[in-house]
Design a protein around this ligand. Structure first.
Ligand code: ADP
Ligand code: MG
Ligand code: MG
Length: 943
């Protein structure tokens, strides 16, 4: 609504706008700031930088992301003032540099119009090649090059790309014509098409555009340019781009708008002395320092990526064009030493001249990242610090991905190129929409395509792995899968995909949608069925890197492990000790549970002691093994925590079992009576009579079982709690049934004593759960002390151990000064502490309202996954400060699940904790995160 006031305001704004000097939106490659990716996009900034360090980049310029955002905000779809004038000025420069003229009939200049935002989003936005062709310039180009075939090839590409990207003509319309002409001409590959074929294709393409848009294809080259620039800008708000940004959490701070790069065309399709390719300065699959890439002779850029033909390995260029290969190697070296990072670059050779068309930091899987980090640091290309910071801690998780069990004897169905390592099994699907549908329904699927396109991206997210029948290691499928850390086999040429029939043929065999297959992205093999996988092993490079991390880090990284086997595994992951050993897990083994049940059912202390004395040697043996495995590292043992009724069956289960037993008793009594009747007839069988439970003895046993179950039922009743989470558990159990904790203390300290006597340097640390009050600790400590003294006297040794408490109750945080006087260490149990701080029970929260809270932006993160720094974190801070004030020697750690999460680890570092403890497989991630926390100190001194 335009009230007089707003009208005034708008007039004023218009005047202001007029008076403002026109902004600089366009930068030539010679002047653009190579560091300003926000403004110029990654591609544009690097084109500038490469030009400025003297690499052979075709002349061109960048239109800034600022222009894009201004344009997108304009309701009239007008380019911001000044853009077109500045573009025209730059075009003059490009004309001068190339000696060609845009739109000229004699010597036409052609350009590409390319997108590129601050973050590389492979294949997310479209590029238009050969712009500037029309009827007139086409003739000129033919006269000039004398290569009619090449010209029509360029023309049909331009019409298709421009038609699709700028005018919205569906790709299939072009593809159909293309395939039709190919079939009629009886050729399989694009290069088999004759000049006449390409001419026919071009003409039919123009016709398609006319039909679809109701207007002839634009002949004015400057009109083409303007439409193309707008189309690239618009692609920023296209569905594909938006989906991609959402999936990878790309915020406007990271990338806002796309730049447009206008680049003079160079042609890889001018004959057999021309080529185009994509290369990595090192192998992005393994990280090995070898030149890695692919090229196609007589082709244009997008052919390699789109997987139209299967390209050749770059090493082959050494034979085909030795001099250019040497130049290419030189380019590789220059790029790497300048950027000090693995580069993924595009090149084109036009009639024997090499051009570089793009470079960016290479996306690699974790294996390659680790190896290149270590090797580049050793080569002194980067520092150790840079080597560590290069890797996001989470990426290490990929290394913990399973591989195929090498013992499997299955013969492969097909083989393609090993395009992204890792093994995956799943059901076949042949298009991205089906993959998404089945993936959402929790099916494991493998997406099988002839080749993938950016439109398939949602299918990638839903799949375990990708299999294509065309394309190389730098094809779209390979690049995207590597970026996502998903296994990919590309170019498995034996597979013929039929999307309509939802099947694929491999030789005689047919794979239908839903059939299981396994792909191995490390070898390129494809197998029928599900093949078992094995745990990965650590490479030497990973060991080195983590060792560097440990040298830097301040935090120690411990593991949560409850059994000797888990302890060994944790040690293999590089755990520096055990931060949480949950003793209840030791109670649950099938041979122990009956004893635990006896202990719980006991009505008197004596009865309970009988059971506990049976458990003592078993637990002691466990502790001995764990302590020995970890020696001389600390092992933190937590006393029994859950409410004891968790070891008993539920009331419903018991009622059902009782009903069953009573029924059994009736039957058994009946049969017994029957046998007794047989005896009267002297017709019974000695053997049968002996078989339980069909005799008096059997009935007696059933009776005993019934009595026991009834006892249990009564106990379950007695132990019933309205809210067990806040009930009779942890130290409260330890104080009401001290015998239980005493047995555990006895087991650990005896185990430690025996290890010590055997000369093993063990470091037990015992900790009490659920403490809310210093007096609880005082009372527990009294009997720990007594047991300790007894053992020391008996064995004539001095025991070495620590006594500590969990901090997982809000009151414990705020009375930390009092608790700290009684203990040598604190360990934050942030799972319970989070529940207590929010008054959320985790299961209910995660199942019922947390998703909604995230959606409504009430709680951004799930606090059970990412430590709630503002709330739980403040309590932790208070506890650390107050605790250390009354006990400066206090050791403080965290053993909740957050202990393995990089953001939370950074927070723990800032709090000055001594250690974090997490699950075994997270240990490598946590070690690197701990180093990052230390290295990022300067940046994050916000606490
Ligand atoms: P993408 O981001 O999808 O890789 P690009 O803008 O890099 O898109 O372009 C697509 C393909 O076209 C690439 O192979 C690139 O090398 C090629 N290309 C782009 N501009 C030119 C040009 N001026 N001359 C020759 N090839 C080009
Ligand atoms: Mg590119
Ligand atoms: Mg707890």
């Amino acid at each position: 609504m335009n009230t007089p006031d707003t009208l005034e305001l708008r007039k004023e704004a218009a005047v202001l706008h007029k008076e403002e000097p026109v902004k600089k939106f366009v930068f030539s490659f010679k002047e653009g700031d190579g560091k300003n990716k926000q403004l110029l996009g990654g591609k544009g900034a690097n084109l500038c930088e490469m030009t400025q360090i003297g690499l052979n980049v075709p002349p061109g310029f960048v239109i800034s992301t600022e222009a894009c955002l201004t344009y997108l905000a304009n309701p009239d779809h007008l380019l911001p003032a000044g853009v077109l004038t500045q573009v025209n000025e730059q075009m003059l420069d490009v004309e001068e540099a190339t000696g060609k003229v845009f739109g000229d009939a004699e010597n036409p200049l052609l350009v590409s119009v390319r997108s590129g935002s601050a973050l590389s989003m492979p294949g997310m936005m479209d590029t238009i090649l050969n712009l500037g062709l029309n009827n007139k310039t086409l003739r000129g180009l033919i006269n000039q090059t004398g290569n009619e075939r090449f010209c029509y090839d360029a023309y049909r590409r331009f019409i298709q790309l421009f038609g699709k990207v700028a005018l919205g003509v569906p790709d299939e319309k072009f593809d159909k014509i293309f395939e039709d002409v190919k079939r009629k001409a009886g050729v399989k590959l694009d290069i088999g098409l004759s000049t006449e074929n390409l001419q026919e294709i071009s003409e039919r393409f123009l016709q398609v555009v006319r039909e679809h848009t109701g207007r002839p294809f634009p002949e004015d080259v400057y009109e083409q340019l303007e439409i193309a620039i707008k189309a690239v800008f618009n692609s920023w708000m296209g569905k594909r781009a938006i989906d991609y940004r959402r999936e990878f959490n790309i915020t406007p701070q990271m990338a806002n708008g796309t730049a447009v790069n206008i680049v003079a065309m160079v042609f890889g399709n001018m004959g057999n002395d021309s080529a185009t390719g994509v290369a990595f300065t090192r192998d992005p699959g393994t990280g090995e320092n070898i030149f890695f890439g692919e090229y196609l002779v007589n082709a244009q850029g997008e052919d390699v990526v789109a997987g139209i033909r299967t390209p050749k390995a770059v090493l082959q260029l050494k034979e085909e064009m030795p001099d250019l290969y040497r130049q290419l190697e030189e380019l590789r070296d220059k790029l790497e030493s300048h950027y000090r990072e693995i580069q993924d670059f595009e090149f084109t050779i036009e009639k024997g001249v090499l051009y570089c068309l793009q470079t960016r930091n290479g996306k690699m899987n974790a294996t390659a990242m680790v190896r290149t980090s270590v090797e580049m640091a050793k080569e002194k290309l980067i520092s150790k610090t840079e080597a560590l910071l290069r890797l996001k801690p989470e990426t290490l998780e990929q290394l913990l991905h399973p591989r195929l069990d090498s013992l499997h004897k299955t013969t492969p169905l097909a083989q393609g190129l090993p395009a992204s390592p890792g093994a995956a099994s799943g059901q076949c699907v042949f298009d991205a929409d089906r993959a998404e549908l089945l993936g959402r329904a929790d099916h494991k699927v493998i997406l099988i395509r002839e080749e993938t396109k950016p439109e398939d991206i949602h299918g990638f997210f839903a799949s375990q792995g990708i299999l294509t029948s065309r394309g190389g290691k730098t094809s779209h499928a390979a690049v995207v899968a590597r970026g996502m850390g998903k296994p990919c086999v590309a170019g498995a040429e034996g597979i013929r995909v039929d999307v309509k029939l939802r099947q694929a043929k491999i030789g005689e065999r047919t794979l239908h949608e839903g059939d299981f297959i396994t792909i191995d992205g490390g070898s390129g093999f494809v197998y029928q069925g599900v093949i078992p996988t094995v745990e990965p092993t650590f490479s030497d490079e990973l060991k080195t890197l983590l060792q560097w991390a440990d040298e830097v880090a301040q935090l120690k990284v411990m593991a949560n492990a409850d059994t000797p086997e888990a302890a060994q595994k944790a040690l293999n992951y590089g755990a520096m000790g055990i931060g949480l050993c949950r003793t209840e897990r030791m109670f649950n083994a099938p041979d122990r549970l009956p004893i635990v049940v006896e202990m719980i059912l006991a009505n008197t202390e004596e009865e309970r002691l009988v059971a506990l004395n049976q458990l003592l040697p078993i637990q002691k043996q466990d502790f001995k093994e764990i302590l020995t495995t970890m020696a001389p590292r600390p092992v933190t043992v937590r006393w029994l925590d859950p409410p004891i009724h968790e070891f008993l069956p539920t009331e419903d289960e018991l009622r059902e079992e009782l009903a069953h037993l009573r029924h059994l008793k009736d039957t058994a009594s009946g049969v017994t009576n029957l046998f007794n009747s047989f005896r009267l007839l002297h017709a019974y069988d000695e053997d049968t009579k002996a078989a339980l439970p069909f005799n008096e003895k059997g009935v007696e046993l059933i009776d005993q079982a019934i009595v026991k179950k009834e006892q249990m039922l009564k106990k379950v009743h007695d132990l019933y709690e309205v809210n067990p989470m806040l009930g009779h558990r942890g130290v409260r159990l330890g104080l009401t049934y001290p015998e239980i904790y005493k047995m555990q203390v006895q087991a650990v300290l005896e185990a430690a004593a025996e290890c010590q006597q055997a000369g093993i340097d063990v470091r037990p640390e015992i900790m009490v759960p659920q403490v809310c009050n210093a007096e609880e600790l005082v009372q527990v400590k009294a009997y720990v002390q007594e047991i300790k003294e007894n053992i020391e006297r008996e064995k004539e040794i001095k025991l070495v151990f620590k006594f500590g408490t969990m901090i997982e109750v809000v009151r414990a945080c705020v009375t930390a000064d009092e608790l700290a006087k009684e203990v040598e260490f604190f360990s934050f149990g942030t799972n319970d502490l989070t529940q207590a701080t929010f008054s959320f029970s985790r299961e209910d929260a995660e199942n019922k309202f947390l998703p909604l809270y995230a959606e409504k932006n009430i709680l951004h993160n799930n606090p059970f996954e990412i430590l709630d720094v503002n709330g739980v974190g403040k309590l932790m801070k208070v506890a650390v400060e107050w605790g250390r004030k009354s006990n400066p020697e206090l050791k403080v750690g965290i053993c909740g699940e957050h202990g393995g999460q990089p953001d939370s680890i950074r927070f723990c570092h800032q709090l000055g904790l001594t250690y974090v403890s997490c699950s075994g497989p997270r240990v490598p991630v946590a070690r690197l995160a701990a180093a990052h926390a230390k290295l990022g100190e300067a940046k994050n001194s916000s606490l």
